[in-house]
Design a protein around this ligand. Structure first.
Ligand SMILES: [Fe+2]
Length: 381
């Protein structure tokens, strides 16, 4: 019996691995102690909710797994990403010029993104790391859409929900096209007056999207509410928890994560781990607690597309991780212990491989693309 998920964070359980097979009575006893229910994987496509204290209750869950080899999927996913970027840039410039845009094309882009996330979420998470500061608004819109779809999938949403969520996320900041460039790209802190104008991007988006009867209506709510907070201290209305939709809660989390980890003209992006720490600190007040916890688990300590330095000095690019081994990812090794290029080879830390000196590889620290002179973009054909 494979336990895929607990009703509490893994970090608060006595289990070392995220996902494990019950092998002994002692495992069951630990489950009795720490959980009211767990999710048991019963087939390729289905989990059941299992209550160790009484009987099982069946619920359909969508399994989070890789379906294709990571390396071969990256190029394909990258084509989807670049096509999405072209479309969203056109859409944003049309909005800026007060022109109309095609919703059929945008829905097609989002549906393709959903397909790719379903096929290989790790490839998609990798692509969201490839940021080009010149295209911030377009890339941020796509990244928020992809991360929202990936989180929605992780939360067990159906395909049609993911397609609607993807549209909402893609259009969440469309109102920024009505804010003056001087405020949008100001290389320094905004004055109170400028901030209040920037905050109006939510209102501008609401007006713009309400005029379109061919866009999923939930997009209006998400664009209008994605800066609201559960504790009522957000903007523009200061509404509280129960009035904030699940789609908005998801977009709020991934929007904050992508913004915090991006370099901007006025500051450097922070690390993925620091961004996750901030999300964790504000869960329940700014962010939905459950969705935030799931997002932190989904991204993990070793996110695909980041660089990993080993204790022996070698450096690789994180690809993915096997189920149950979030702390032992698969890595393409690219630099040797003297930080010199070495023949690329994939190692899987879950198999406890040894380095050239016979010592077991151990992860030391995670870095963003650009560290050690390595641009992860160069590794996608
Ligand atoms: Fe925004």
């Amino acid at each position: 019996m494979f336990v895929a998920e607990l009703d509490c964070p893994w970090s608060e359980s006595p289990f070392l691995l995220q996902g494990f097979t019950i092998a002994a009575n002692s495992d069951l006893e630990m489950l009795y102690d720490c959980c009211k229910f767990v999710f048991i994987e019963v087939s390729e496509e289905e989990w059941v909710e299992y209550n160790p204290h009484s009987q099982a209750k069946k619920v359909k869950r969508i399994r989070f797994t890789e379906k294709q080899n990571m390396a071969s999927e990256l190029s394909d996913a990258n084509r989807t990403y670049q096509a999405a970027k072209t479309h969203i840039k056109l859409l944003l410039s049309s909005v800026q010029l007060g022109q109309t845009f095609s919703t059929v094309e945008i829905q097609g882009v989002v549906n393709e993104c959903v397909n790719k996330v379903m096929l290989n979420p790790n490839a998609i998470l990798w692509l969201t790391r490839l940021k080009n500061s010149d295209d911030y608004t377009a890339e941020h819109s796509i990244n928020v859409s992809l991360l929202a779809i990936a989180l929605g999938r992780y939360l067990g949403m159906d395909t049609w929900e993911l397609e609607n969520l993807g549209i909402c996320a893609l259009l969440h900041d469309v109102g920024k096209m009505s804010v003056a460039d001087g405020i949008l790209n100001k290389p320094g802190p905004l004055s109170p007056k400028e901030f209040s104008e920037m905050a109006r991007h939510t209102v501008y988006a609401k007006k713009l999207l309400m005029e379109r009867s061919d866009i999923y209506p939930g997009a209006v709510d998400v664009a209008y509410s994605h800066h609201e907070r559960l504790d009522g201290r957000g903007y523009p209305r200061g509404i509280e928890g129960s009035k904030i939709s699940m789609f908005t809660r998801i977009v709020t989390i991934v929007d904050a994560y992508d913004a915090m980890t991006s370099d901007r003209c006025y500051r450097k992006g922070i690390s993925s781990l620091d961004a996750l720490r901030i999300i964790n600190k504000h869960k329940g007040t700014q962010f939905d607690a459950d969705a935030a916890q799931k997002f932190i688990a989904m991204i993990g300590l070793y996110p695909p597309g980041f660089l990993l330095e080993m204790k022996n000095g070698e450096v690789g690019i994180i690809l993915s991780h096997d189920k149950g081994y979030q702390l032992r990812p698969k890595v393409i090794m690219v630099l040797d212990k003297n930080k010199q290029p070495q023949p690329e080879a994939i190692i899987n830390l879950s198999q406890y491989p040894n380095d050239i000196d016979g010592n077991e590889y151990e992860a030391k620290a995670v870095f963003k693309s650009g560290a050690f002179g390595i641009n992860v973009r160069d590794y996608i054909n």
